[in-house]
Design a protein around this ligand. Structure first.
Ligand SMILES: [Fe+2]
Length: 158
């Protein structure tokens, strides 16, 4: 187990959740949408927190400040879309507008884990000790268990 394999494993879990979410939204199974999002809270919270606080800064010498900002903007978009879908999932039923909005918000975030996983091409360029240090940070952040919505608030307050 190392940083790159764990990083990839987390993206695989995110892709699985997105596929489930697409099925649940398309089937208009609102309860299922809610439970998938609850699972994503625990998975994506520590993932984003590790990326933003430790991984992106470590990779910035490779991709530059502007790309770092772009990655943070992409996360902003993910927060927005997830919050919107979560809000819709509070309803007992969806009308056509709700359904279209849930699907549109899903489309906005669908590609993110694929582009994020590509960062492993840069991670490979880091010295082995740096990769190991980052891996330990990943595990430490995971242990903190910050949910996605909690991390969103931490991020706003920072
Ligand atoms: Fe990621």
């Amino acid at each position: 187990m190392n940083l790159i394999t764990q990083f990839h494993t987390e993206h695989r879990q995110v892709v699985n959740a997105l596929i489930d979410l697409r099925q649940a939204i398309t089937a208009r199974e609102i309860q299922r949408v809610r439970s998938i999002l609850a699972g994503a809270e625990d998975l994506v919270g520590p993932h984003f927190k590790f990326e933003e606080l430790y991984l992106y800064p470590a990779l910035e010498p490779f991709f530059g400040e502007a790309y770092g900002k772009q990655l943070l903007n992409e996360h902003d978009g993910v927060f927005r879309s997830i919050r919107k879908i979560a809000e819709l999932a509070q309803k007992a039923e969806w009308n056509e507008t709700d359904y279209a909005s849930a699907l549109a918000n899903l489309e906005l975030i669908y590609e993110h884990p694929i582009s994020c996983d590509g960062l492993s091409l840069w991670i490979e360029r880091l010295p082995a000790e740096s990769q190991e240090e980052l891996f330990q940070m990943m595990l430490a952040v995971r242990k903190q268990g910050t949910k996605l919505s909690e991390y969103y608030r931490e991020r706003q307050a920072a």
